[in-house]
Design a protein around this ligand. Structure first.
Ligand SMILES: Cc1cc2nc3c(=O)[nH]c(=O)nc-3n(C[C@H](O)[C@H](O)[C@H](O)COP(=O)(O)O)c2cc1C
Length: 351
C-alpha cells in the first residue's frame, strides 16, 4: 500500500500532475474509475496568490467532496512567494502540497522555476522549508523532481543533496521522473536510477515517473524498481482505465477486456459533462477534443475516430462523432502502440 502522510491509498498507481490536462474534469473521471489520489496541473505561486473569484479561473481552486485526497502543485522562483500560495491551496481544500522541481520547459527554466531548482540545492531546500513551515503539520508536503539537470556528477550530487535535505525537512513523499531536465522527453526514463534511490532511502515514500504508458508498465515499474507508488502521466490521458487495470494485475488477475465502445462512450461523455461543470461549452469542447484524440485509441476504428475528434470545434460536431462512431456497442481494443509517447512534449500550461 502507498501512504502519503496520513493518507493510505488502496492502489499504488496515482494520477500525475499534467499541465493542460489534469484539471478537475480529468481528475474527477480518473477518481471515478479508480485513481486513489490525483494531482492537479502545476500552478505558479504568484498566479495562485492573485486568483480572483472569476468564472474563467475558479476551477483552478476546485476540489469537490469526492475528490480527496487531492494534491495541488506549486512552482515558483523565490522561496518567499510560496507560503501564501501554499496556504491558499490548503484553504481551497487541497490535501497535499506538491512542489515542482522538474518542469523542463524553456520559459519556466528561464524564469528560474521548476527544474531550474535542481541546480541550486540551497534555494530548493529553502523553498521546501518555507512551505513545510507554512502549511498545517497534518498537510503533507511532497516534491516532484527529475533525476538531475543533466548527466554530470555535479548534478547527481545536487539531486541527492535536495532529496535527503527534503526528507530531513519533513517532506512526506518524493516523485522522481527518471529523465534529466536537459533530456526533456528524449530517450527513456532511467528506471535503474529509481531502483538505486529506493535502495539508498529505504522506508521513504518514493514514487516513480516516466514511460508508464499502460497498466503493465505501472506494475513493471513497481516490481522492477521498488518504488512505493507510480504516477500515471501521458499513459492516463484518454485512459482512465489504467487504474482499474493496474489494480487487476496487482491482484494477480489477468488484464480485463478493453472497454466496449458503449463503455467508452459513457466515460467520455461523463468526462465531457464534468468539463461543462467548470468551463463554458466552447472551452469544454476544446479541452475534451484533446482527450477525444486519445480516447480514440480504444476504438476498433481508432484512426477514423481520432481523425473525427481532431476536426471537432463545436458541440454539434462533438455530438456527431458519437452518432457516427459510438452508436454500436462493438468490442474495444487495447491501444496498439502503448509504448509510444503520444502527447506532445510538455508545453506546460502556465497561467
Ligand atoms: C503535457 C505534459 C504536461 C505535464 N505537466 C506536468 C505538471 O504540471 N507537473 C509535473 O510535475 N509534471 C508534469 N508533466 C510530467 C509528467 O507528470 C511525467 O512526469 C512525465 O510525463 C513522465 O511520465 P510519462 O513518460 O509516463 O508520461 C507533464 C508532462 C506532459 C507530457
Amino acid at each position: 500500500m502507498l501512504q502519503i502522510g496520513p493518507y493510505k491509498l488502496h492502489l499504488p498507481v496515482v494520477q500525475a500532475a499534467l499541465s493542460g490536462y489534469s484539471d478537475w474534469p480529468m481528475r474527477a473521471i480518473a477518481r471515478r474509475l479508480g485513481a486513489p489520489y490525483t494531482i492537479c496541473e502545476v500552478m505558479v505561486d504568484s498566479f495562485v496568490n492573485s486568483l480572483k473569484e472569476r468564472e474563467r479561473t475558479r476551477h483552478f481552486l476546485l476540489v469537490t467532496e469526492d475528490d480527496h485526497p487531492a494534491g495541488a502543485q506549486l512552482m515558483g522562483a523565490v522561496p518567499d512567494e510560496f507560503p501564501a500560495a501554499a496556504c491558499r491551496l490548503v484553504d481551497a481544500g487541497f490535501d497535499v502540497i506538491d512542489i515542482n522541481f522538474g518542469c523542463p520547459v524553456k520559459k519556466v527554466l528561464g524564469r528560474c522555476r521548476g527544474g531550474f531548482h535542481l541546480g541550486q540545492p540551497d534555494v530548493a531546500l529553502k523553498i521546501v522549508k518555507c512551505v513545510r513551515d507554512a502549511v498545517p503539520a497534518e498537510v503533507p508536503v511532497t516534491l516532484k523532481m527529475r533525476r538531475g539537470v543533466d548527466d554530470t556528477q555535479q548534478s547527481r550530487d545536487q539531486f541527492f543533496e535536495i532529496l535527503s535535505g527534503a526528507f530531513d525537512a519533513g517532506v512526506a513523499a518524493v516523485t522522481v521522473h527518471g529523465r534529466t531536465v536537459m533530456q526533456r522527453y528524449d530517450g527513456p526514463s532511467d528506471w535503474g536510477f529509481l531502483k538505486q534511490i529506493c535502495a539508498e532511502f529505504p522506508g521513504r515514500t518514493i514514487l516513480g515517473s516516466g514511460d508508464l504508458f499502460c497498466a503493465e508498465d505501472c506494475v513493471r515499474m513497481l516490481r522492477e524498481t521498488g518504488v512505493s507508488g507510480v504516477t500515471a502521466a501521458r499513459g492516463a490521458i484518454g485512459n482512465p482505465w489504467i487504474f482499474s487495470q493496474a489494480q487487476a494485475l496487482l491482484a494477480g488477475e489477468s488484464l480485463p477486456a478493453a472497454p466496449t465502445v458503449w463503455q467508452q462512450k459513457e466515460v467520455i461523455q461523463a468526462h465531457f459533462n464534468f468539463g461543462l461543470q467548470v468551463y463554458s461549452e466552447k472551452r469544454a469542447v476544446k479541452q475534451l477534443r484533446k482527450f477525444g484524440m486519445r480516447y480514440a485509441d480504444w476504438h476498433p476504428a481508432s484512426e477514423h475516430v481520432r481523425a473525427a475528434f481532431i476536426k471537432v470545434t463545436r458541440l454539434a460536431e462533438w455530438n456527431q462523432v458519437f452518432s457516427d462512431w459510438y452508436a454500436d456497442d462493438l468490442p474495444g481494443v487495447y491501444p496498439r502502440n502503448p509504448g509510444l509517447p503520444k502527447a506532445p512534449a510538455a508545453t506546460a500550461f502556465l497561467p
